[in-house]
Ligand binder design. Structure first.
Ligand code: IPD
Ligand code: CA
Ligand code: CA
Length: 250
C-alpha cells in the first residue's frame, strides 16, 4: 500500500477514536488503578485500544500490535508493528482537562516509519511518514529556531515512578532558570508534537514507554527536531527509556 493511502486509513481510525474521547460519559466510567503512583485506566482506554487493534489490523493484517493497556510482548524487530497509546493523558481525561491524545506509531523492521497523534479537543492531527516531513492537519510543520534562553521547556514528571520525582523537578528548575518558563501538559505525545510544531523548544521526561513516544518522536524528527535519551543515545522502541527532545538548538 502507498504510504499516503496507509496514512489516510490510519488517521480515519484515529479520528473515530477521538470522537469517542470527546463524547465519553466520563462520570459513569469505571476507573481502575494500575501499578505505580496515581496510575489509572478507564473503560475508555480499554475500549479505544480494542477498536484500534481491530481496525488497524484490518488495514495491515500482517502487523504486530503493541498497546499500552494489555501486556503484549510481541517482537517488533521484523515487519510492521503498531505501537499504540489509546489515551495519552489518562489523568487529564479523568479530570476533563482537555489535554489527551490518541497516539499511533508504526514501525517497519524495528525503525520508526509512521506517526499519528490526534488531539480531539483542538481537532489537531499531527502526522509524519519517515523521510517525508511532518504535518499538522494539512500543512507542514517545523521546529522553532529559538535558543533555550528564548524558549519554553515542557517536561513530564514520570508520575508512576516516585523515585524519579525529585530529579525531575531539579532538572525542571535548572531549565526554568535557563529558559523563559516551563510547562507540564500531562501528555508526552502531545509535548513532542508541541516541540515539532515550534510551540516549545525542549521536552524531557526521565522515564516513558514506547507507546508514549514512538509516534511523537518521528513527528518531531520529521519536523527538523532531535530526540535522544537523556544520555544522548537513540530511543529504544521495544522497551521504555528517558526522552530528551529539542528543536536541535535549545
Ligand atoms: C502518561 C502521560 C504523561 C507522562 C507519563 C505518561 P498515560 O501517559 O504521557 O504526560 O508524564 O509518564 O505515562 O498514562 O496518560 O497514557
Ligand atoms: Ca501514555
Ligand atoms: Ca495511556
Amino acid at each position: 500500500m502507498e504510504p499516503k493511502e496507509l496514512l489516510g486509513k490510519i488517521t480515519d481510525v484515529v479520528r473515530e477514536c477521538g470522537e469517542i474521547i470527546l463524547h465519553a460519559e466520563r462520570g459513569k466510567s469505571r476507573i481502575d488503578e494500575k501499578a505505580g503512583h496515581a496510575n489509572f485506566v478507564t473503560e475508555y482506554d480499554k475500549r479505544i485500544q480494542q477498536i484500534l487493534r481491530k481496525s488497524l489490523l484490518q488495514i495491515l493484517p500482517e502487523a504486530v500490535f503493541v498497546g499500552e493497556e494489555e501486556d503484549i510482548h510481541a517482537s517488533i524487530a521484523k515487519g510492521y508493528a503498531f505501537i499504540v497509546d489509546p489515551i495519552d493523558g489518562t489523568t487529564n481525561f479523568i479530570k476533563d482537562y482537555h489535554m489527551s491524545v490518541v497516539s499511533v506509531g508504526l514501525t517497519l523492521d524495528g525503525e520508526k516509519y509512521m506517526g499519528v497523534v490526534y488531539n480531539p479537543y483542538s481537532d489537531e492531527m499531527f502526522t509524519a511518514v519517515r523521510g517525508q516531513g511532518a504535518c499538522l492537519n494539512d500543512g507542514p510543520i517545523h521546529v522553532s529556531s529559538q535558543p533555550l534562553s528564548n524558549g519554553l521547556v515542557l517536561f513530564g514528571t514520570a508520575p508512576y515512578y516516585e523515585e524519579l520525582a525529585k530529579r525531575s523537578f531539579e532538572m525542571a528548575y535548572d531549565y526554568f532558570k535557563k529558559a523563559l518558563d516551563v510547562r507540564r501538559s500531562g501528555s508526552a505525545a502531545l509535548d513532542l508534537c508541541s516541540v515539532a510544531a515550534g510551540r516549545a523548544e525542549l521536552f524531557f521526561e526521565l522515564s516513558l514507554s514506547p507507546w508514549d513516544y514512538v509516534a511523537g518522536a518521528l513527528i518531531l524528527e520529521e519536523a527538523g527536531g532531535k530526540v535522544t535519551t537523556l544520555e544522548g543515545g537513540p530511543l529504544t522502541l521495544h522497551a521504555g527509556c528517558s526522552v530528551l527532545a529539542t528543536n536541535g538548538i535549545a
